[in-house]
Design a protein around this ligand. Sequence first.
Ligand code: ASN
Length: 485
Amino acid sequence: MLFGKLGCVLLRRTCPYRGIVTIYRCHSQKSLKKLRICEALSQKETGEYVRIQGWIRSVRSQKELLFLHVNDGSSLESLQVVASSELDNRHLTFGCAVDISGNIVKSPHKKQNVELQANQIQVVGECNPVDFPFKVKERHGLEYVRQFPHLRCRTNTFASLLRIRSEATAAIQAYFKENHFVQIHTPVISSNDCEGAGELFQVESAGRDRSTDGESSGFFSVPAYLTVSGQLHLEVMAGAFPRVYTFGPTFRAENSQSRRHLAEFYMVEAELSFTDSLEDLLVVMENLFKSTTDCILSRCADDIALFHKYVAPGHKERLDLMVKNRFKVITYTEAIDVLNRSSEKFEFSTEWGCDLQTEHEKYLVKHCGNVPLFVINYPYDLKPFYARDNEDQPHTAAAVDLLVPGVGELCGGTLREERLELLHARLERMGLEDAYQWYLELRQFGSVPHGGFGMGFERYLQCVLGVENIKDVIPFPRFSHSCLL
Ligand SMILES: NC(=O)C[C@H](N)C(=O)O
């Protein structure tokens, strides 16, 4: 008899704050060793009396036994819990929160190592399965779960995404630490717009400090914006540290509903001093991509496999191709040549001097064998004031975009103009000399050749997981006409 030995008693009482609680009581729960589900699943020793907490993913009764699968977000796999079906199980439904104690025992099933023989089950939070938008054992599409930003973390796929996202964040930080970059917390509110990096959100105080007196109006007395890039602040720091990076929220008020754009996204940006070669940036971009990907492939194997099986079948092979091969490099001029020689009918111009559009980027990646592709040496006039020219190639800037399959532009970077006179002349021509006095001063006090790049973190996740829509790789997507929660 499963519970006879311990002499448990089935009790029902009313929980003061959460309705009915169903309990087999034998031990005080508080003093028990608490295990995360992933720890419980990897137990080698059986017989230990432990406590777990989580949410029910399935309930099944068979003869005199009740089988529950409980998940606490620590792994994709749920722990099987076995209880007596004599238990009052009315509140043990898909989605409810439970606190369970019992013995870890060897599982008779091949699929899992161990299971938990429950002695005590407490329903901490009930879940009405009729109203709950997700149904047991049903695979809901990403588009469907996107309608429930407050609940979608309860689905397997989105929980996997959040674990992968968390590990990828840690892997990026680890890459920079191992390579001696100093992390800089660049500001979220900024008075510069990184010259045209994107459309701006202006910041205003909603409270008492709002002033109405003409020139000095506003909380900061100058126009202030949510940052579109931490680059210029990193350039400040690159005057004292040879390698710096930042990784934080970035905002662009682009009126786009596209599957690649968000109004709030996370950007990884790095700046390297004492470098006068674009190649140095390419090496860091490629290594950052590969080391982060290797790391999450080993730490989140099950979670990534879920995406590659159900969300993007066939993507595993595409990703293998990306990680195993060297990234390709072509110049902008060669890219234009490829586009002009193709039989494809493009909507946008492919004349030298034009910016590459999504349709061009897609074609180029495919043409080069569906591996990541660096396009270098863009026309000088396409790039912002800070970009350095290539002295040996007239009219081109030392600028790079990294294009990846399925996503298009993942990273963008340039060598920065470090020569005071040339920078001054360019700012003067653009009427920006006054606004960028401080930037010019950086070139007066120990200036060195430097350059950097930015990588969109959500686009990176799209690329690795094969996710079509960027809204499905960020916990709370913000885009035009949508700011839920
Ligand atoms: N840090 C960078 O080079 C990124 C670049 N400023 C961008 O906004 O794309």
